[in-house]
Design a protein around this ligand. Structure first.
Ligand code: ADP
Ligand code: ADP
Length: 228
């Protein structure tokens, strides 16, 4: 298994209720998983734990055979090799598209950086946007740049938080398909969260339903579809 989550419990410091309870699930390499749940069910929190932005009170997370967190271990976010695309994109407003994409890339050699940039721009079909600033981009374009920035660091896994929520319905459908193709072509493991069943059905290999911090269903897409 590529990602293994065991007996995870998490409570925010200022809260008496657990945001995540007894979360157990595994993801195989190259799979796209949708975490489906209502607002407040714990989706973002789960991504924050996987990426290392929060530390669980109990339980363990392993990625690619290595323990990221358990009772005695904590690997910080920058050492997890996990790409994270936040709900509101958070591109750096003062950097253009190329600079945004290359921001976290460690490669120092100028021509190699240019190669990485070119490959990513091409993969996401945003070559013509390379010199634009975030305010000059539509929602769908910003979404693509945010994904480009995450993929440029060549993460072993990408986490997407409500990737389609800020896009209008027609755009959602086309971007959904595009993003699926892009992620499948990279072979990267992907976990995305959504409150929209259509997102799950269109994109995911497997679907987990989270309710009040607990995973109450986890199955392959076809099983999910026949159960609704
Ligand atoms: P979702 O992403 O499914 O909308 P969240 O993971 O954001 O849900 O939230 C899960 C629960 O944790 C909710 O009850 C929410 O109010 C609470 N929560 C989220 N962030 C914080 C925080 N920083 N401090 C305290 N409680 C939080
Ligand atoms: P989501 O879209 O994932 O549901 P929200 O809009 O609920 O996220 O939360 C936005 C921000 O507010 C997040 O950073 C989250 O951690 C924080 N937050 C959410 N619920 C609470 C809470 N009960 N107390 C403190 N911060 C919260």
């Amino acid at each position: 298994m590529f990602l293994e989550i065991k007996d995870l419990y998490f409570r925010y410091r200022n809260s008496k209720d657990y945001a995540l309870k007894n979360v157990n699930f595994s993801v195989e390499e190259g799979e796209i998983i949708c975490i489906l749940g209502e607002s407040g069910s714990g989706k973002s929190t789960l991504l924050r734990l996987i990426s290392g932005l929060e530390i669980p009170q109990q339980g363990s997370i392993r990625i690619a055979g290595k323990t990221m967190v358990d009772d005695v271990t904590f690997v910080p976010p920058e050492k997890r090799n996990v790409g994270f695309v936040f709900q509101d994109y958070v591109l750096f407003p003062h950097l253009n598209v190329s600079q945004n994409i290359l921001f976290g890339v460690r490669e120092k050699d100028k021509s190699k950086r240019e190669e990485i940039l070119y490959r990513i721009l091409k993969m996401l079909k945003i070559e013509e946007l390379r010199d634009r600033y975030p305010y000059q981009l539509s929602g769908g374009q910003q979404q693509r740049v945010a994904l480009a920035r995450a993929l440029a660091m060549d993460p072993s896994m990408v986490l997407l938080d409500e990737p389609f929520s800020n896009l209008d319905a027609t755009l959602q459908e086309s971007i959904r398909r595009e993003i699926k193709d892009i992620i499948k072509s990279t072979g990267k493991t992907c976990i995305f969260v959504s409150h929209d069943k259509e997102d799950a059905i269109e994109l995911a290999d497997k679907i987990a339903i989270i309710h009040k911090g607990e995973i109450i269903f986890y199955a392959v897409n076809s099983v999910f579809r026949s159960s609704i």
